[in-house]
Design a protein around this ligand. Sequence first.
Ligand code: TEU
Ligand code: CA
Length: 557
Amino acid sequence: MADNVPATKPYRDDADWWKSTTVYQIYPRSFRDSNGDGIGDIPGIVSKLDYLADLGIGVIWLSPVYASPMEDNGYDISDYRDIAPEFGTLADMDRLIAEAGKRGIGIVMDLVVNHTSDRHEWFEASRASRDNPKRDFYVWRDPAPDGGPPNDLPSYFAGSAWAFDEATGQYYLHLFAPGQPDLNWDNPQLRAEIYDMMNWWLDRGVAGFRMDVIDLIGKQPDRLIRNNGPKLHDYLQEMHREALAGRNVLTVGESWEATPETGLLFSGRDRDELSMVFQFQHVTSLWGEDGNKWRPRPFDLVTFKRALNEWQRALAEDGWNSLFVSNHDLPRAVSRYGDDRRHWRESATAIATVNHLMRGTPYVFQGEEIGMTNAGFTQIDQYRDVETLNFHAEHEAAGYDLAAFLDGAAANGRDNARTPVQWTAAKNAGFTDGIPWIGVNPNHDRINVDNQIGDEHSVLAHYRRLIGLRKTHPVVVHGDYVPCLEDNPQIFAFTRNLGNRRLAVVVNFSSEPARCDIPAGLETSGVCAISNYAPRDTIAGTLGLAPWEAFAVLSET
Ligand code: TEU
Ligand code: CA
C-alpha cells in the first residue's frame, strides 16, 4: 500500500452489503463537464453527488478515468495509476472518493486488464525487442508462412485480431482495436503487477471493481479460444487471494458468454471469485442472425423473459445476479425495449419496475433514470465510437449496404448511450458551456433532470421510489423469485417471497392494452408498493392492464 495514502474502508462493511445496494454507472466523458472543454470530468461528477445521493444509490461504477490516448474512450489505459488530464487529477479522484463516501456512496473502478493501450510503458518495452523482460507481458507470434497473421482469430472491433509490428517482425494480439494490445495472463509477473495495482486502488478507498471483459483473460489464441479459456477461473481465484480476500468489496465481471450453466462458476459462495457477473443473454438473444448486432431483431418479450428467468433460476440458491437493461455499450432501454414515441414515460417506468424488483443487484446507467432515448444519429460523421466506425469502414470496403448499416447503428450502436446527460432544457442540455465532444440529443428540451426533479409522476421519481423500496423491504433484496405467465407475450409477472411477506409484480410490457386470467400463484391482495398508473392493491380474476402499466403489491401470506 502507498504509505502516503490513508487506508479507508468502503462505505459499508456489513456482510454481502453489495446485495442490498443500487449501483449507478457513470460514463465520465458524457456525464457533466465542469470546465467548458466539452468533455465530462471528475469535478463535474463531484458537483452532481447530491443529485445521486438523493436518488438513493449506494455505489457509483465509474467507467475508466485512467490515463489513456482515448482510442476507445478510456478502455485503452496507458497508466493504471494516473488520471487522464481531460478527466482531472489523482487529487480530484481522491476528492471524489471522499465526497462520495460522505454521502454513503462507494466508488467502484473499472478494471480493464484484458488489454492495455499500446502507449502503456509495458507495451512500449514489450515491443522494443524480442528479449525485453516485458516481451512476454503481451502475446507475440511469428507470421504465418505466407507472412500473414498467425491465424484467423477475429477482433471484436472488426478485422483480424493480429497486428504486425515492423520493429521485431512479429504479430501481437489485439482482441479489440490495434491500440489495445492483449495482456498475456499466462505470465505470472504480469499477474502480480495487476494485483499490486488493484491493491493500490483498494488502499485508496475504492469499494470494488467492475471487470472489463474478464472472461477473456484465459484466452488461448493458438487454439482460437477467446472467452472462457481453461485457466480463467484459476486466475480469478488467484486474483481473489491476492487482492480481494478480506476486503468485503463489490466485484462484478463482464462476461458476454456466461450462461446459466456457467454462472455459478463466477459467483458461487465457495468459489471465492466475484460477487456477480454481468451476463448478456437477454441482450444478445435479440440480436440478428449469427449474433449480428447491426441487424437486431424486433423486441420479443417471451425471448427476453426466458433469458432473465433462466438466470434467476440458476442462481436461486447460490451465486448472485446483476440486473441491468442498459450500459455504455448498449442502446437506451426505453428505445430498445420500450416505446419512446407513444408511451415514453410509461414504458421507461415499466422496464425499470421489472429490472429493480427481480432478485439481484440493480444497475442504473446515467440518464436511464430520466428516460433518455437513443441518439437518433443518421450520418456516420455523428458517431465517435471506434466499434461503429470500424464496422462502417469494413462494410464500406466490402461494398455492403451502408444505409442498412446506419439503420443498425441507430438501433443498436454504442453511441446511443454516450450522448451527454440531459440536465436542463438549456443549450447543450446543461452538460457543457463549450462544444460537446458528441452531439446532444435534441429532445433535451423535453427530457431533462430539471423537468423531472419536483414531479412525482416523473420517470425520475419512479426510480427514486424503486431504489427506496429495496431499502425498506427485505423481500426485495432477499425474497425468492417465482416467474409467472412465462409464455404470455405481453405480460412480465413474478412474485418474490420471504417468510410470510410477498411482493407480486405485474407489468404490461407492450404498447397495447392487455387482459389475462391471473393464475393462482400470482393472485394476491395487500398494499400497492409502486405503480406507474393509479395505485392497485389486488391481483385477481381477469385483469385488464393499460399499455405499459406496471405495479407491485405487497402482502402477508
Ligand atoms: O466491452 C466488451 C465488448 O465486447 C463490447 O465491445 C461489445 O462486444 C460490443 O459492444 C458488442 O458489439 C467492454 C467495454 O464495456 C467496452 O466499452 C470496451 O470497448 C471493450 O470492453 C474493450 O475494453
Ligand atoms: Ca471537462
